[in-house]
Design a protein around this ligand. Structure first.
Ligand code: ZN
Length: 172
């Protein structure tokens, strides 16, 4: 079976982009960098990073589809599942479980959507750095969701939720 090679000149710009990761907000979060140069203890608060492990971290999505929408990403700037090591995948699964447990304790959702968007065509806003979406769901929120998605009106402030989730994790 042969794979046809597509002529896609716009890819040049895209490939050039993925070569540089300094503008990637997930890489900045992984490196504990904040634009404002906040004090060390405040960096995770500023970037909304909740928890870290050796290879990945969990962060509150600034553009959530629902209250408590988290992203779980590897520290490394990798764009596809096949690039992830066994260790990275295992750590991300552990982190997903930790996030689920803490979201249940903190905001009592009725369910979750968990997923990956691989590639821009699938809807990934940041296609070059793999990230899992964990979206809490409540009974009856289906009609409400599209409104939230477009207006970004979230009932709880992100900083307030960050505090709450950090607290809940500490209580384990
Ligand atoms: Zn990145």
């Amino acid at each position: 079976m042969s794979v046809e090679r597509l002529w896609a000149p716009w890819r040049v710009e895209y490939v050039r982009e993925i070569g540089r990761d300094e503008d990637c907000f997930l890489c900045r979060a992984a490196r504990r960098e904040t634009p404002g140069g906040a004090a060390a203890c405040d960096e995770d608060r500023t970037s909304l990073v909740l928890w870290r492990c050796e290879t990945c971290f969990a962060v509150l999505n600034r553009w959530p589809y629902n209250n408590g929408h988290l992203l779980i990403a590897p520290n490394e700037h990798k764009g596809d599942l096949v690039e992830l090591t066994e260790r990275e995948l295992a750590d991300q699964m552990d982190m997903l479980k930790r996030c689920e447990r803490n979201l249940r304790s903190a905001i009592s959702p009725d369910g979750f959507n968990v997923g990956l968007n691989l590639g821009r065509t699938s809807g990934a806003g940041l296609a070059d750095h793999v990230h899992w979406h964990l979206v809490p769901r409540w009974n009856g929120d289906t009609n409400f969701m599209p409104v939230l998605a477009s207006t970004k009106v979230i009932p709880q402030s992100l900083e307030e939720l960050w505090e709450l989730l950090r607290q809940v994790d500490g209580e384990r």
